[in-house]
Design a protein around this ligand. Structure first.
Ligand code: DON
Length: 304
């Protein structure tokens, strides 16, 4: 058995004084003022043991990490074949690129790029009576923590500046792959991205992917096959045009967000969350990727 506390403390120690930490996302103005020095790690084993270091208990904006959770909520509920509306191929493009969407007739490459997540948001807006509240409750139930909430300032800040997402939603609508009003879908999407969590809460939220779909939800759990498929999508698409690099360096299914969070899972073993708000050129947490590379190299625990 590893001394996991020692491993994550070592990783934290190795990186905490790093001078080049990347840049915080500033295209959402409300995220621009986050202190780039934050750095936390939280590891949760499937037997419930937890290990944490640094700023593991500070809330941050989960942003694109929410896309995995909307997919997990939508998949067991959707009565038709969801994969007819969104594909499962890596895009090799940044998260907000639109060119493939037009080339491929409004079918987004995967549910983790913005256009794909907007289709999933549209599905939830169709299926739920009060989409924002019900999705927030789903997340609270998955984590078993009702203190989790939206940061309304972040949602509003993105609404005021989200021209690219407006473009994506309008393009999807033009191709008939958005059933609801563009503004309603975007309102839901900006709120899902504006959920705040700590590393500890995020590690708990992703237990279902490490545990073949089983978590503390009473209804609407993923089947083992659905959990397997979401892990495959995280591995191939979770880091956009850096998905290959993440698999190469870290070797785990995972998801990043422009708030600087990354969560990764090793099925049957653990979930691990890292937060460092400075991003690399591809929009993924710079120290977060390095920390996870060090963790899987030191422990030799990866899917490879
Ligand atoms: O739609 C956006 O641009 C943001 N709300 C989320 C983007 C994001 O987190 C990309 N991840 N690295």
């Amino acid at each position: 058995m590893f001394d996991f506390q020692n491993v994550i403390d070592t990783v934290h120690h190795n990186l905490k004084d790093e001078v080049f930490r990347g840049l915080v996302a500033n295209y959402i103005p409300e995220l621009a003022n986050i202190d780039v020095q934050h750095f936390g790690i939280h590891l949760r084993l499937l037997d419930g043991q937890t290990f944490a270091t640094g700023d593991w208990n500070k809330k941050f904006s989960i942003q694109s990490i929410s896309k995995v959770l909307t997919l997990a909520m939508a998949l067991p509920m959707y009565p038709e074949n969801l994969w007819q509306r969104v594909d499962v191929e890596p895009s090799g493009n940044p998260f907000n690129h639109l060119s493939l969407l037009e080339l491929e007739n409004g079918i987004p490459r995967n549910p983790l790029i913005n256009a794909g997540a907007l289709v999933i948001a549209d599905i939830l807006v169709s299926l739920l009576e009060n989409p924002k509240e019900e999705f927030l409750n789903y997340v609270r139930n998955v984590v078993d923590d009702h203190s989790i909430d939206f940061n309304l300032k972040v949602a509003e800040s993105e609404r005021l500046t989200g021209y690219n997402n407006y473009a994506a939603a309008n393009l999807l609508k033009a191709y008939g792959n958005l059933k609801n009003d563009v503004d309603d879908v975007l309102d839901f999407y900006f709120h899902q991205c504006a959920i705040e969590m700590t590393c500890e809460q995020l590690s708990k939220a992703f237990v279902m992917f490490a545990n073949h779909g089983t978590c503390c939800l009473k209804t609407n759990q993923l089947s083992p096959s659905q959990a397997k498929r979401i892990n495959a999508i995280m591995l191939t698409c979770g880091f956009y045009d850096e998905a290959g690099e993440f698999a190469f360096e870290v070797g785990l299914p995972g998801k990043s967000g422009v708030g600087g969070g990354i969560v990764a899972v090793l099925p049957n073993h653990f979930t691990i969350s890292v937060w460092s708000p400075g991003l690399n050129m591809k929009g993924n947490s710079l120290l977060g990727m390095q920390a996870l590379e060090q963790f899987t190299s030191m422990t030799k625990l990866s899917i490879f």
